[in-house]
Ligand binder design. Structure first.
Ligand SMILES: [Zn+2]
Length: 443
């Protein structure tokens, strides 16, 4: 990498690390109610008003094809219209950390093929095929059983923590805790747990939980709502796909499934030392920004400096291994190959909302990709897809654009904090709340 590339690389990771640290001290400030919650400003979430059925269709397929290791993997699916093959649709699938010929990768692509076959048959029938829907749900959660059990464990941990301070909870809160304990205890199989978690979402208890979460300074209830949402996501996705399969009958009548050839083939070095908070902040921001210990503590609470420092220490102690994210790799593949998207809708489906870097990457790539739902999390070991930076001037330019956006976001956050406002990001619980009414809904 030449000097310019190395500078861009270092600056990008410094900005990303500052964002990451800011997220921590912001959450800490909110938890300590240092900044009154009534003063918080929430960024407008994407896609709340105009939800697009095709986008949800691709996201739902991605959720059902995301199976591995307890919540760590992400799957992305996008659809190409191939004129050379008489308008056939190619559903491209990609998982992060995939190895093209590995058994698990092939199993996932087989699972997608089976799902598509069932969806096609259901779309051809007069009514959505309920047994087929339940079979797809069963197969999907069974394949993802480690992931489901991981969410079960996390939910259990949160509830046990609340139970330990039961005497401090209100009567209503105790009722909620009791109902969630029953939900976990009475549903030992992954299938029943996921189905009942989905059912729980439409009860009055869930509405109370959401209301409670909004007023919760510790975020405990928000996490509980998040895990119930995640557990219910498989059934929600299945229901949506089978209800709407007939809307996409043409596409489902002529398609194929292909794996995206993507591999992590290059190694990156860790950026210039950036684990000293004072140096990190002063190197990242222009000199007219006061980022002294006193200022940060004034903006984010008296322990902000300590919280930021201990977070940096944890980052430094972690192995520096950059990882590509599935939706970013998929966007790169479509950008380089430039195939036509189905209906010219340049949407990349994914099993989770996108992190901050994936969101910025899809914008910076100039591929006119449609905005995705986002979580806004800043993962510092995010990796630019494609070959090594040294081989590509355009990759450096993309990284530069992303670094500029990251730096601007930091500056805005500091200015906003000085006005007593704190940004909170969207919940990553749901990909969408759109569900049609159907006979299957109350099964
Ligand atoms: Zn990401």
């Amino acid at each position: 990498m030449d000097d310019h590339g190395a500078n861009v690389y270092d600056h990008f990771y410094r900005c990303l690390t500052v964002q990451h640290v800011l997220q921590h001290i912001r959450r800490n400030a909110v938890t300590n109610a240092y900044i009154s919650r009534s003063e918080q400003k929430t960024r407008e979430p994407h896609l709340k008003k105009e939800e697009n059925l095709w986008h949800i269709f691709l996201d739902s397929l991605s959720i059902l094809c995301d199976h591995k290791t307890g919540g760590e993997t992400v799957t992305s699916i996008a659809a190409e219209l191939d004129h050379a093959k008489k308008g056939k649709t190619t559903f491209w699938i990609l998982m992060n950390r995939q190895q093209l010929e590995s058994k698990s990768t092939l199993r996932t692509s087989d699972h997608l093929k089976n799902l598509m076959k069932r969806l096609h048959l259901s779309a051809c029938a007069v009514q959505a095929d309920e047994p087929s829907m339940f079979k797809s749900f069963h197969d999907s959660v069974f394949k993802a059983k480690d992931r489901v059990n991981n969410y079960r464990k996390k939910l259990q941990g949160r509830i046990e923590a609340l139970e330990r301070r039961r005497t401090e909870l209100s009567y209503e809160e105790n009722l909620l805790v009791g109902a969630i304990i029953t939900l976990i205890d009475e549903n030992k199989t992954v299938e029943t747990l996921c189905k009942k978690a989905y059912d729980f979402r439409s009860t009055g208890l869930m509405r109370k939980l959401v209301k409670r979460a909004r007023k919760d300074p510790t975020d405990e209830w928000k996490h509980i709502g998040h895990f119930i949402g995640r557990l219910g996501a498989w059934f929600k996705a299945c229901l949506f796909l089978f209800e709407h399969a007939s809307d996409f009958l043409d596409i489902l009548s002529n398609y194929e499934v292909q794996l995206v050839p993507s591999e992590d083939c290059t190694r990156f070095t860790s950026p210039q030392p950036m684990w000293d908070l004072e140096r990190l902040l002063s190197k990242t921001l222009p000199t007219h920004f006061d980022v002294s210990k006193a200022r940060l503590e004034h903006l984010f609470g008296q322990d902000a400096w300590e919280v930021a420092n201990s977070r940096l220490e944890e980052c430094e102690a972690t192995d520096w291994r950059l990882k590509t994210h599935a939706e970013a790799s998929m966007a790169y593949f479509f950008f380089i190959e430039d195939p036509q998207f189905v209906n010219d809708d340049r949407y990349i489906g994914c099993s989770k909302p996108s992190c901050m870097c994936c969101e910025l990457y899809l914008e910076a790539l100039s591929g006119n990709f449609v905005q995705r739902p986002r979580s806004g999390n800043a993962w510092i070991q995010w990796r630019l897809p494609g070959p090594s930076l040294s081989a590509s001037a355009s990759a450096i330019a993309t990284m530069q654009r992303m670094a500029d956006r990251l730096q601007r976001a930091i500056e805005i956050e500091l200015i906003s904090a000085s006005k007593g406002q704190v940004f909170t990001h969207d919940s990553s619980t749901n990909i969408s709340s759109v569900l049609g009414r159907s006979s299957m809904h109350n099964q």
